[in-house]
Structure formats: structure tokens, C-alpha cells
Design a protein around this ligand. Structure first.
Ligand code: CA
Length: 235
């Protein structure tokens, strides 16, 4: 008998909670449910779920308080379930330590993909098995060589600048997950560097020109509107 991964849903809207619960149960996850923040925190600490799906607008507390609380004692993956009206909250939640988000209304495949990515990242460190062994991230024709600090497309060196490489390497190490503008800016330009997204957009435009066949329709690095960027899952 296999042990099913435990997913805790903290969501006060019964319809959405049931929808997620049904999908996850049907895909062999063990589902736990909490309809408010206090119960959610209690269940998170007593059941230690593999993944938490967290609504930000809860009746008794702001979902961000839950992220702050949990991050004091655990790195368990937290996927924020947000409404379109919570764009700003979503970014703040990611910066507080949430791993990813889905925006309501979302589909079955999107929810399952986010959960799978979160589970995989929880099992492996930032450099996963293959990446640790080969020192490379590969997605189709794209190869990020962490040791040589070069990016290749179809075997051709994309000739990225130092900062462009650092952006691509960071996204590749977290492939499948969204990284916020703030995370990328801090990681590449330092905590006292620019907080102006424009510098990032300029770098991203150059990166895309160098690695994407059609920079207007990227196949490797996707824009998450108003949030940040996401690298495609590796092979
Ligand atoms: Ca709610």
C-alpha cells in the first residue's frame, strides 16, 4: 500500500473547497480541510501535510498571517488560492514565503500541475537530482550549464551577460515555480539594489531575444502578469 501525500485545504468557500477536494481525492491525495485560519494552523502543525492550499481571504484572519506563522517553523509548500481582486496580496504572499499560486477560477489540470511541482520541490532541494548530478538544467533545446555559467540553445551559446545568466539560472533552479520581481531583483542586484522592475524587464527582453525563437511568444520563460516570471518545467 502506498502512502498518499496529504494536502491541507484552508478555504472558507464550501464550493471551492469541495471542488479542490474532489479533484485531489480522485488523483490519490489524502485531503484535509479547514474552513478558517485557526483550524488551518492547528491542522498544519498536527498533521504536517505535504502541501497546503491556502485561501488568502479567510473569515478569522488574513491568509498572509498563516504564511508568516508557518514559515517560522516549516518550509512545507504553500500554494496560495487567490481571487483576481487580490493581485497585490498574491505577490506579497509569495514574498512572504508562499511557493506558488492559482487564481480563481482555475481548472483541474492547473491545480494538479501546481501541486505536483510543489511536491517535487519539497522532495528535492533547489538543485534537484539530475541538476545536481549533471550541473545542468535541460528543457528541450535549452541547456543551462551552472558550472560553465553559459546557456545554450540547440547547442549554440546564447552569449548571455553576467546578470542575464544569473536571472536564467535562478529561474531554472526553480523551474515550474513563479519567482516574483522582488525575489529576482534582490537575488541579482542585492538587497540594496534597484527595486525598479524596469531593469528586470529590459534584461528579460534581452534574454528572450537571445534564447527564444519568437520572443513575443516565449516557450522557456513565461511572464506571470503583475507577479514575475516562471521557467518551463525541465525534461
Ligand atoms: Ca475566502
Amino acid at each position: 500500500m502506498t502512502v498518499k501525500p496529504k494536502i491541507l485545504i484552508i478555504e472558507d468557500e464550501p464550493n471551492i473547497a469541495s471542488f479542490m477536494s474532489t479533484i485531489l481525492s480522485a488523483n490519490d491525495y489524502a485531503v484535509l480541510r479547514a474552513a478558517n485560519g485557526a483550524d488551518g494552523l492547528m491542522m498544519a502543525s498536527s498533521h504536517c501535510p505535504e502541501v497546503i492550499l491556502l485561501d488568502l481571504g479567510l473569515p478569522d484572519m488574513d491568509g498572509k498571517e498563516i504564511i508568516r506563522n508557518i514559515r517560522q517553523w516549516s518550509q512545507m509548500p504553500i500554494i496560495v488560492v487567490s481571487a483576481r481582486t487580490q493581485e497585490y496580496d498574491k505577490v506579497e504572499a509569495l514574498d512572504l514565503g508562499a511557493d506558488d499560486y492559482v487564481t480563481k477560477p482555475f481548472g483541474t489540470s492547473e491545480l494538479l500541475a501546481r501541486v505536483r511541482t510543489a511536491l517535487r520541490h519539497a522532495r528535492t532541494s533547489s538543485l534537484d537530482g539530475t541538476m545536481a548530478q549533471t550541473g545542468k538544467f535541460t528543457a528541450g533545446p535549452l541547456v543551462v550549464d551552472f558550472d560553465k555559467r553559459h546557456v545554450y540553445v540547440d547547442g549554440r551559446d546564447a552569449k548571455l551577460t553576467q546578470n542575464e545568466f544569473r536571472i536564467v539560472a535562478l529561474l531554472a533552479k526553480h523551474a515550474g515555480r513563479v519567482l516574483t520581481y522582488d525575489m529576482l531583483l534582490k537575488a541579482v542586484w542585492g538587497p540594496n539594489g534597484s527595486s525598479d522592475n524596469q531593469i528586470l524587464r529590459v534584461n528579460m527582453a534581452n534574454i528572450r531575444r537571445k534564447i527564444e525563437e519568437n520572443p513575443g511568444k516565449p516557450q522557456f520563460i513565461f511572464t506571470e502578469m503583475g507577479v514575475g516570471y516562471r521557467m518551463v518545467e525541465g525534461d
